[in-house]
Design a protein around this ligand. Structure first.
Ligand code: ZN
Length: 156
């Protein structure tokens, strides 16, 4: 079957930036399995996979607006060092804020710490190599829940 809304799709992928550096890959892991057409993947990926079928290999070049969004400068903030208490803080560390947002520490000063609430891939053009390894129809439960069940999927 071809990939359309509510297909359960399994893919292997490699993600590179514009310089060819590998940012993420499913190589050596189980394929990524997702329910198509429900916003489970970035929009550029779902658009690129629509209508494709098992065995297809494709290259997708995805701009930030169809990936993880543009970088928003308002999400970069300086907070007092004291907000972290006695905790050790280094650049690159990630914290969950009270409202569930994930922020990354980008700079540590004596008085202030700079944190960035953007997704690490915001503003980054994405170059995906994708191989479609399986496509099947979703079960009724999966459609109701909006995600995949079973091996490689969501556990209840
Ligand atoms: Zn479920």
């Amino acid at each position: 079957m071809t990939i359309t809304k509510d297909a359960v799709v399994s893919i292997h992928y490699t993600l590179r930036d514009d310089n060819g550096n590998v940012l993420d890959s499913s190589s050596g892991r189980d394929p990524l399995q997702y329910l198509h057409g429900r916003g489970n993947l970035i929009i550029g990926m779902e658009e690129g996979l629509e209508g494709k079928s098992h065995g297809d290999q494709l290259e997708l070049k995805i701009a930030p607006e169809k990936g993880y969004g543009e970088k928003n400068d308002k999400l970069v903030q300086k907070v007092p060092r004291s907000a972290f208490g006695d905790q050790k803080v280094d650049a690159g560390m990630q914290f969950n804020t009270q409202n569930g947002q994930v922020v990354t520490v980008t700079e540590v000063g004596l008085e202030h710490v700079t944190v960035d609430g953007n997704h690490p891939l915001a503003g980054v053009p994405l170059n995906f190599e994708v191989e479609i390894v399986a496509v099947r129809e979703a079960t009724k439960d999966e459609i109701e829940h909006g995600h995949v069940h079973g091996p490689g999927g969501h556990a209840h």
